[in-house]
Design a protein around this ligand. Structure first.
Ligand SMILES: [Mn+2]
Length: 195
């Protein structure tokens, strides 16, 4: 059973194509027009050991907001589609990821219910051409379009490049755990019988 998804989404603000393989090897081909955001999605792919192709043409003449938010929506849709009926997977995942000064906790639940608790502060307004405010927007979009619960907490960190990179990698590691199989789980890990 392949856990792959292909999603296209076109609006007046963005045109996005995503191919995601949850059982990849960390290969990425990413172009959003925002160098720092590409670097983050590359880290997400590599450390989650997914394969991800993401092409986005967005209205960067306005600002980065629509591009980042819409990439979150489409990545969330791809996660939701690729994970399928969630039979046999661990469902929960967590990781505490250090990167130099930064220490980030991420815990996720593929619960079928969207929720985001994003508790991270930044010291600068942007990294490259990515507004630091948009990191929250991205994960909010992922949480509701993947119908998943995401907690991300900054435990320490002063360099925003490290902090944001650690956020994307911690989320990737937590998601990798949540989508991984446990042979003891025969059906769906829920007392309700579905997720
Ligand atoms: Mn970096």
């Amino acid at each position: 059973m392949e856990r792959k998804a292909l999603v296209n989404r076109k609006t007046r603000e963005t045109d996005i194509k995503i191919e995601l393989n949850l059982d990849g090897s960390g290969k990425s081909d990413i172009d959003t027009g925002i160098g720092f955001f590409d670097h983050m999605l590359d880290g997400f792919t590599r450390h989650g050991l997914f394969d991800l192709t993401l092409k986005c043409t967005g209205d960067l003449n306005v600002d980065a907001h629509h591009t980042v938010e819409d990439c979150g929506i489409v990545l969330g849709q791809a996660i939701q589609k690729a994970v399928g009926d969630k039979k046999g997977i661990k469902r929960y995942g967590h990781f505490i990821l250090p990167m130099d000064d930064a220490l980030i906790l991420s815990a996720v639940d593929l619960s079928g219910r969207p929720y985001l608790n994003f508790d991270c502060d930044f010291l600068t307004e942007r990294c490259g051409s990515l507004d630091t405010q948009l990191v929250n927007e991205f994960f909010y979009a992922v949480s509701y379009s993947a119908m998943m619960n995401i907690h991300i907490r900054k435990m320490s960190g002063t360099n925003d490049h490290h902090v944001i990179e650690a956020i994307f990698k911690a989320f990737a590691k937590a998601l990798d755990m949540a989508v991984s199989f446990d042979p003891r789980i025969i059906d769906v890990l829920s007392t309700k019988g579905s997720l």
